[in-house]
Design a protein around this ligand. Structure first.
Ligand SMILES: Cc1cc2nc3c(=O)[nH]c(=O)nc-3n(C[C@H](O)[C@H](O)[C@H](O)COP(=O)(O)O)c2cc1C
Length: 345
């Protein structure tokens, strides 16, 4: 079975990609993911806060040097060596990229246009096959307009695109007034890929201890419906590659994302839950399903259930919604079929 495909212009042996997670915290971790059969690995993110800490530390060190040269001589090397952030990340990236045959993608997690570009370039120099911008921006200030939030995404992308020559993907959240238009704008601004969607931490409240509890739960397959819907809508409407992330647990989840139109399917929770070797289960299951259905390549499958180009999206989505609600109410299906119903050949 031919599972080979391309993503961001990179040739991959299959469309299953390890998305950013602690599984790629070490070179051994990346090697284990590659040995498990994944087509590419996105490293865990380098956080903007780490970048800023380094800049502040460097400024402090520069001050110390002008105030007291003798003090800075004993102080500087120890502090620089202790830096756990960017330098460790770049070193990991360099060693991981050299250790495996598959593409290793660097990930930058930040919110402001400043601070991204130099590290994006450093990642490229360290051997990143591409860069994923994990734009984790929750506009908590109620005065920020939607347009400002969108523009921030565009500005970050533009700056990084100007700084590097490797492909750049944008991992974005689902919370825009018009997610589709945001995707089109990113596409026009030169995004080589769109990764749908970021999964934001949503703190819980413990009523016993009266505290806010932050925690990262692993995903469930039901959460794949939102990104899958958007991939189905965007397929054929953007030049950028489409990567699906969220809710993959079994081979059917991978097949469903491909049918919707994903170029690659990313997974983190399932690999954390079942171990990296679960990749083989996903890939074997995908190959067996394709065989059973008579498909011989990933291209045969991709986008078969994308929203057709001619469909009126608003009517299409609304028709599905009305049909579902009426069916739940006991109304006869025949009267409710949307005019734009489609199915794979
Ligand atoms: C423990 C953990 C750590 C993660 N760290 C990152 C990260 O550093 N950068 C990032 O872009 N996404 C990160 N993610 C998000 C995943 O890459 C992925 O997009 C998300 O979990 C949805 O995919 P899944 O349902 O397969 O887990 C993390 C997810 C988990 C569970």
């Amino acid at each position: 079975m031919d599972l080979s495909t391309s993503y961001l212009g990179l040739a991959l042996r299959n469309p299953l990609v390890a998305s950013a997670s602690p599984l790629s915290n070490t070179v051994d971790g990346v090697r284990r993911l590659a040995d498990a059969g994944l087509g590419a690995v996105v490293l865990y993110s380098l956080f903007e806060e780490q970048v800023r800490e380094e800049a502040e530390r460097n400024a402090r060190l520069a001050d110390a040097g002008t105030d007291s040269f003798a003090e800075s001589l004993s102080y500087f090397p120890a502090d620089a060596d202790a830096d756990p952030g960017p330098r460790r990340y770049l070193s990991l990236l360099e060693r991981a990229a050299a250790a495996v045959e598959i593409p290793v993608i660097g990930s930058l997690n930040g919110v402001t246009p400043e601070g991204w570009t130099s590290y994006a370039r450093d990642m490229q120099d360290a051997g990143a096959a591409a860069i994923e911008l994990n734009i984790y921006y929750l506009p908590g200030d109620p005065h920020i307009t939607g347009r400002e939030v969108e523009q921030r995404h565009i500005d970050v992308l533009r700056r990084v695109k100007e700084a590097v020559s490797v492909p750049v993907a944008v991992k974005l959240g689902p919370h825009f007034s018009s997610t589709g238009e945001m995707a089109l704008r990113l596409d026009e601004a030169g995004a080589d890929g769109l990764v749908l969607f970021n999964r934001f931490l949503q703190p819980d409240i413990d009523p016993e201890t009266l505290t806010a509890v932050s925690g990262l739960d692993l995903s469930s397959p039901a959460e794949a419906r939102l990104p899958r819907t958007w991939i189905g809508i965007l397929r054929g409407r953007v030049d950028a590659s489409l990567a699906a992330t969220t809710g993959v647990d079994g081979p059917a989840d991978v097949a469903k994302y491909l049918l919707a139109g994903a170029d690659v399917v990313m997974t983190a929770s399932a690999l954390i839950r079942h171990g990296p070797e679960h990749a083989a289960v996903l890939l074997d299951g995908l190959a067996r399903w394709m065989d059973r259905k008579g498909y011989t390549s990933v291209d045969d499958v991709r986008g078969l259930l994308a929203v057709p180009g001619a469909a009126d999206h608003a009517d299409y989505q609304r028709a599905g919604y009305v049909r579902t609600m009426r069916a739940a109410d006991g109304a006869p299906q025949s009267a409710l079929e949307p005019a734009t119903e489609w199915s794979p050949e």
